[in-house]
Design a protein around this ligand. Structure first.
Ligand code: SME
Length: 157
């Protein structure tokens, strides 16, 4: 496929529906994990303009920063720490409407107001997370959860 992304405006569902096949196309035939995570982060950032989009991967029992788009971020997160470490520990998606109200939230930037974290599974084990931060309060809902959970299944971990 061409490397230009087609961006649409309008409702969230329409934006995801337009983006999904393009992300599939970007990953198609490319076996390199880092390349695929990098393009996925870029595609999500370009379509939605979120403050920060990226991946943390489990390495030696810690989450370590992977490909991302946005400002510099903390590099290591322990299991159960912050939203990312909690999503890893609980092996489930976490939607945080107001990060200041999440006990133990790790503030990489004071501009981040709400967050969604999706675990990445391989053989029923969490091997990483997709973390998305917004500078708008309450920016994520079940539509984001549904589509982002679908999008991360495209990754060949
Ligand atoms: N806020 C996250 C840390 C990662 S940064 O937002 C990129 C957390 O609490 O896990």
């Amino acid at each position: 496929m061409s490397e230009d992304l087609s961006i649409v405006h309008g409702n969230k569902q329409g934006q995801y529906e337009n983006l999904l096949p393009q992300i599939k196309g970007l990953l198609d035939g490319e076996p390199d994990l880092i390349a695929n995570l990098a393009n996925m982060a870029a595609a999500l950032k370009e379509q939605f303009g979120w403050f920060w989009v990226g991946f943390y991967l489990v390495k030696n029992d810690e989450l370590v920063l992977g490909p991302f788009q946005g400002p510099v971020a903390c590099t290591r997160i322990k299991k159960g720490r912050g939203v990312c470490g909690s999503s890893w520990q609980d092996a489930k998606t976490l939607i945080v409407p107001d990060v200041e109200k999440f006990p133990g939230h790790i503030a990489c930037s004071s501009l981040s107001k709400s967050e969604i974290v999706i675990p990445l599974f391989k053989n029923n084990e969490v091997v990483g997370v997709l973390d998305v931060d917004s500078d708008i309060l309450n920016d994520f809902d079940e539509t984001d959860q549904e589509y982002l959970e679908k999008i991360v299944t495209l990754i060949n971990l």
